[in-house]
Design a protein around this ligand. Structure first.
Ligand code: PNS
Length: 158
């Protein structure tokens, strides 16, 4: 039996913290599907196509990882892909309340289990929002995001 995990997120843009979680999930599961949410309510810096492209570039070394987008409920997407496990990173206690609530709701809605992977301490302070804020002020985020993301951030925020 092939065990597949879904790694969902906004990924606007992908950071080294996301890459770390997907890499570790790829070592634990036969296949990992990274799912970029299409959320019309949010105004992202990068389009879904750009976010997918950056993820594909950052994860190109992982043969068992696919990247795609989804809209609507995560559990519906998981069901349509025949996936029963969601993997999420936990950076700190502050993430836990909301992540636990979503995990329990997703189990209620779709009988999908969520596995939490603790973020590596070196990335526990990292978020896409902070990266965008710092890059927007011209700060150095070169050690926080993959190279291609850095290039695109510079282009977008120039
Ligand atoms: O990277 P993020 O912003 O923490 O990812 C949040 C995400 C995409 C996992 C969450 O917003 C989500 O699952 N959205 C899809 C809509 C949905 O299923 N909502 C109900 C969650 S219980």
């Amino acid at each position: 039996m092939t065990l597949t995990a879904l790694c969902p997120g906004t990924f606007d843009p992908v950071t080294n913290g996301h890459v770390d979680i997907v890499q570790r999930a790829a070592g634990l599961f036969d296949r990992v599907v990274v799912a970029v949410v299409e959320n019309p309510a949010k105004e992202p810096l990068f389009s879904v196509a750009e976010r997918i492209q950056m993820l594909r570039e950052a994860l190109s070394g992982l043969g068992n990882v696919d990247v795609e987008s989804f809209s609507g409920l995560l559990v519906d997407h998981a069901r349509s892909r025949g996936v029963g496990v969601i993997v999420k990173g936990l950076r700190a206690v502050s993430d836990f309340d909301y992540e636990l609530q979503m995990a329990q709701m997703n189990r209620h809605l779709g009988e999908v289990e969520t596995y939490f992977v603790p973020t590596s301490p070196r990335w526990s302070y990292l978020s896409s929002s902070l990266v965008k804020e710092i890059a927007g002020y011209g700060g150095d985020v070169s050690r926080l995001v993959p190279e291609q993301v850095l290039r695109r951030l510079k282009e977008r925020l120039a």
